[in-house]
Design a protein around this ligand. Structure first.
Ligand SMILES: Nc1ncnc2c1ncn2[C@@H]1O[C@H](COP(=O)(O)OP(=O)(O)OP(=O)(O)O)[C@@H](O)[C@H]1O
Length: 301
């Protein structure tokens, strides 16, 4: 396995016997240092489950098989204690709903100072200055005022910036961003994506970025090292360099995603123009079609 984060044959199932359903099915991936891995898929394809399972945040009632390594060390199977230690220090998480990572009862400054104390052990005065600097880093205006505010006093976009600042407090090597822009309006959301793109360059953190929006995937995954995995039914149907997958997709499902436009009349995360037969077809194992570019073939009866 290579790179910062690697997974081999990762599967997540729920239930037993006839009730057993697999929501992630034999996924393998490699994320290099200082790169973005965009997990792209429609609603229910399993992208959140994959991202959370990679970092040990799968639901307790699930059963997970497969291997994961982080920074050269095996963190799965077993080693739950190691995974927990990595979370919040070497691995940061930003979710769709920033309120889930913020404490409604404490000011932004108190929350940042608490996390900084845990990670950096700075004295109280330096922590106060550092909290402001961290808010500047995520481009919040008037950070000296923002530190005194409670989360409910901020807009959705500001709250997401605060949750990104918190996730970066431990200077993580990996940031997992699960649909960080999808609860925000288009312009505010695009700015948050651009912020994560900027931070990965300035801090050198790698990013796993989950999105149902191919435009957002292209906005965040655009460097040579960046990878995209297109998920359907818990598996990758296409995987490869972002520049190849998003510009010259080889799988018919990825092509349909690229050609489709989100429409107000279909549920969010589901794209109207993707033909049903592409979603329901049984796709075979990935086959290599280019440099680290893999495509699932159709299984014919
Ligand atoms: N605790 C659970 N028990 C059983 N099935 C679950 C559980 N959590 C999620 N699932 C199922 O796993 C599948 C994948 O869910 P997941 O949230 O990963 O999808 P997603 O691609 O991120 O979609 P969305 O964008 O809608 O969140 C779904 O069919 C979902 O119903």
């Amino acid at each position: 396995m290579t790179g910062l984060l690697s997974a081999r044959d990762l599967s997540v199932t729920f239930g037993n016997g006839r009730q057993r359903t697999a929501v992630v099915r034999g996924v393998s991936l490699d994320l290099p240092e200082k790169a973005v891995f965009a997990v792209l898929g429609e609603s229910g394809s399993g992208k959140t489950m994959l991202a959370r399972t990679l970092i040990g945040l799968e639901p307790p009632e699930s059963a997970v098989t497969g291997r994961v390594t982080f920074a050269g060390a095996e963190i799965r199977p077993a080693r739950a204690a190691v995974r927990r230690r990595l979370l919040g220090s070497q691995i940061g998480l930003v979710s769709q709903d920033p309120t889930s990572s913020l404490d409604a009862m404490r000011t932004v400054g108190a929350q940042l100072r608490e996390v900084l104390r845990r990670h950096e052990g700075l004295d109280a005065r330096t922590r106060r200055q550092e909290a402001i600097r961290r808010l500047e880093q995520v481009h919040l205006h008037r950070p000296e005022e923002v530190v005194r505010k409670y989360p409910f006093e901020l807009s959705g976009g500001m709250r997401q910036r605060v949750s990104i600042a918190l996730a970066l407090c431990g200077r993580p090597r990996l940031l997992v961003a699960d649909e960080p822009s999808s609860a925000l309006d288009a312009i505010v959301g695009a700015r948050v994506v651009d912020l994560i793109d900027e931070l990965r360059r300035t801090t050198g953190t790698s990013v796993v970025f989950v999105t149902h929006d191919i435009g957002v995937a292209a906005r965040i995954a655009h460097e040579e090292v960046d990878r995209v995995g297109v998920m359907l039914g818990g598996r990758f149907v296409e995987y490869g360099p972002a520049t190849a997958v998003l510009a010259r997709p080889r799988h018919p499902y990825t092509r349909a995603l690229l050609a489709s436009e989100p429409s107000a009349s279909v549920p969010r995360g589901e794209l109207a123009t993707v033909p049903r037969e592409l979603r329901t077809a049984e796709w075979g194992p990935l086959q290599q079609v280019g440099t680290d570019h893999w495509v699932a073939s159709e299984v014919t009866a």
